[in-house]
Design a protein around this ligand. Structure first.
Ligand code: ADP
Length: 665
């Protein structure tokens, strides 16, 4: 076994690898960018080496600096994690040339699977079933269009070098093909510096089922069963589970064998994943092989009781696979959700910001939290916007679902927009509970999943009011104790006034609307005049800072997080955000002008599709932006006229700038 390894990654996966290495007595070296100097993975590792500036291209993607960092620190092996250089054959080769062990498959296997087209040719030869499509070398646009016609619409254009859903476009008819091809090629070029594409039949309502494989250097290869990763948005996974709902043992064996055959066809070693797409009529086809540890590997660990990072270190240091196929079994059910900084209501656009408040559920044999961030950290545009993975395990799927709902309701994140509420709605959805999953699930149920759960709005308002009243009381009590006359009626925090009903008025803004709550003091409790009627309320803050409150006799424990004027009430997995309204500041707020269209995040203008004076219809694409290597289209919010365009193609823009001015009819 190695004495010391370097982890060429950041975030949760770097932390997760350090965790296992430490347990095995292997020292760890972290690497970091200037933006990550105080990141969790740096703090956890035994040593850490600065790579360069924040941008990944100048830090986590610098092969030379990574190899040099390993040399300087005496690390014998490099674990690439996932993303970044994990599937980069040049990096694997550079490690080898420097006498370092690359914890992953041989260079040749990475190369073979690095191009989706090349991978398909190899799998075709090995007799693994493929989705009907074109994966040839000839990239002539006319030929590609012809191939698409022959396959029959809808088709999916994919970047050969692709990953992360980038450079992928669904085309529904021959008329849309040229635009789809151009967009896929642009995105592929920006992300992979390679604009070659392949075309596949676009399957309707398929499932994404993948098989975890593992091979050692002595020719042994096993599979560790399947993961169902059908729940996706933008063709990217957000919920994964193992075993797959409804998976028959015979089918599992068949797919497991196909995956092992795929791995053996390329002389694989280490951890790999063979991804299949399963059609609505239950045929399975090879999609691609990922030659690394997957984000969702924890669900496999939970049902098999194995530590896949430990297996990776063992195999990479020359040991045999720890277990043979017949020693592996499935125990219970595991589900993972990926908590992202993103806005489900704006087409899952990545979000950025500081994690002002961050609490995860307590870890146990049922709950695991893999995260690389801490309270106060910033989710920036430089890296993946994943905040954490929440993983649960229980004896069966139903119990695991209940665990997940509970874990999500105990997850408190304030400061950035996240998909936590959305994930809660997905897991609670009757279709998901029945195991009726396919890759179109989220799109089909989008409106049910993104509208906030129908909570009583008065409840959030009541809790926010009680929170402020409790705080106010604490403050006046401490001020009174510090004053010369602590028992004077003027020091009382209960709104006491001579000859008057003692009350105070709290003003809020909820979704742009002003709401006033009159709180009458009644000795030990309050009477709150809420929009829906008066409610008796009582509250205190417990030692964890939770608001223990009772509203008309219903007792709850809520978290209320205050940041400047913003209050967020978190209760049972739901959140309500309110602004405290300060009458003195009213009218000074910087509202977006009517009809102005702001950039949702920092990025670059790729294309401006309209001109000043153009009359457009609602939904007309106006500007194409690139942010985080993905394209985003800004569309007309209504029928109207473009009055001004503030940026041109190629311009770099900040978040929140007015891109276009627009007058609705
Ligand atoms: P990437 O490597 O960019 O993540 P994949 O090839 O793994 O791309 O595909 C991502 C997702 O896109 C799949 O999980 C699946 O949901 C969807 N997908 C891929 N190929 C097809 C297809 N031929 N028909 C329907 N959906 C597909």
């Amino acid at each position: 076994m190695f004495d010391k390894i370097l982890i060429a990654n950041r975030g949760e996966i770097a932390c997760r690898i350090i965790h296992t290495a430490r347990r095995m007595g292997v020292s760890t070296v972290a690497v970091y960018s200037e933006a990550d100097a105080s990141a969790r993975h740096v703090a956890l590792a035994d040593e850490a080496v600065l790579l360069g500036p924040a941008s990944a291209a100048e830090s986590y993607l610098r092969v030379d600096r990574l190899v040099d960092a390993a040399r300087r620190t005496g690390a014998q092996a490099i674990h690439p994690g996932y993303g970044f250089l994990s599937e980069n054959a040049e990096f694997a080769r550079a490690c080898k040339d420097a006498g370092l062990v690359f914890i992953g498959p041989p260079v040749s296997a990475i190369q073979a699977m690095g191009s989706k087209s090349e991978a398909k040719r190899i799998m075709e030869a090995a007799g693994v079933p493929l989705v009907p499509g074109y994966h040839g070398e000839d990239q002539d646009a006319g030929l590609l269009a012809q191939q698409a016609d022959a396959i029959g619409y809808p088709v999916l254009i994919k970047a050969s070098a692709g990953g992360g859903g980038k450079g992928m476009r669904v085309v529904n008819s021959a008329g849309e093909f040229a635009t789809g091809l151009a967009a896929a090629k642009r995105e592929a070029m920006a992300s992979f510096a390679d604009d070659r594409v392949l075309i596949e039949k676009y399957l309707l309502q398929p499932r994404h089922i993948e098989i975890q494989v593992f091979a050692d250097g002595q020719g042994n290869c096993v599979h560790l069963f399947e993961r169902d990763c059908s729940l996706q948005r933008r063709h990217q996974k957000v919920v994964e589970e193992a075993p797959g709902p409804g998976m028959e043992p015979a089918r599992r064996e068949q797919m497991g064998k196909a995956a092992v055959a795929a791995a053996q066809a390329i002389g694989y070693t280490g951890a790999g994943t063979v991804e299949f797409i399963v059609s609505a009529d239950d045929e399975f086809y090879f999609m691609e092989m990922n030659t690394r540890l997957q984000v969702e590997h924890p669900v496999t660990e939970c049902i098999t009781g194995q530590d896949l990072v430990q297996w990776q270190l063992q195999v990479a240091s020359g040991e045999l696979l720890p277990l043979a196929q017949d020693a592996l079994g499935i125990n219970g059910h595991s589900i993972e959700v990926r908590i992202y900084a993103e806005d489900p209501e704006r087409d899952f656009l990545p979000a950025t910001g500081a994690l002002k408040h961050l609490r995860f559920p307590r870890e146990s044999k049922h709950v695991r939290v893999d995260s690389g961030v801490r309270e106060g950290d910033v989710i920036s545009v430089h890296y993946d916007p994943m905040i954490a993975k929440l993983i649960v395990w229980d004896h069966d799927r139903d119990a695991a679902i209940r665990r997940m709902l509970q874990a999500l309701s105990e997850t408190e994140i304030v400061g950035v927009t996240t998909n936590v509420d959305f994930l809660f709605s997905v897991i609670a959805h009757p279709g998901f509970r029945k195991g009726k999953v396919d890759t179109g699930f989220i799109d089909r149920h989008r409106s049910e999943l993104t509208t906030s759960l129908n909570t009583d709005p008065d409840r959030g308002l009541g809790l926010a009011s009680l929170f402020l009243l409790v705080q106010r009381k604490r403050l006046t009590t401490s001020q009174a104790m510090a004053s010369e006359d602590p028992w004077s009626p003027w020091q009382r925090g209960d709104g006491w006034r001579m000859n008057d009903d003692s009350y105070t008025v709290l003003e809020f803004e909820i979704g742009g609307e002003r709401v006033a709550v009159k709180a009458h003091y009644r000795g030990e409790h309050y009477l709150l005049d809420l929009p829906g009627g008066s409610v008796r309320g009582e509250a205190r803050l417990n030692r964890d800072g939770m608001l223990v409150a009772s509203l008309d006799g219903l007792r709850v424990r809520a978290r209320v997080v205050q940041h400047d004027k913003e209050l967020v009430v978190l209760l049972d997995g739901e959140r309500q955000a309110l602004l405290m309204h300060d009458p003195l500041e009213a009218g000074l707020e910087d509202e977006a002008g009517p009809g102005s269209l702001r950039s949702p995040m920092p990025g670059k203008v790729l294309d401006v599709l309209v001109s000043e004076g153009d009359k457009v219809q609602r939904g007309t694409p106006m500007i194409i932006l690139e942010a985080m290597k993905m394209e985003h289209t800004i569309v007309a919010p209504a029928d109207g006229t473009v009055t001004r365009i503030n940026y041109a193609a190629g311009d770099l823009i900040d978040e929140g700038v007015d891109l276009v001015e627009f007058e609705a009819d």
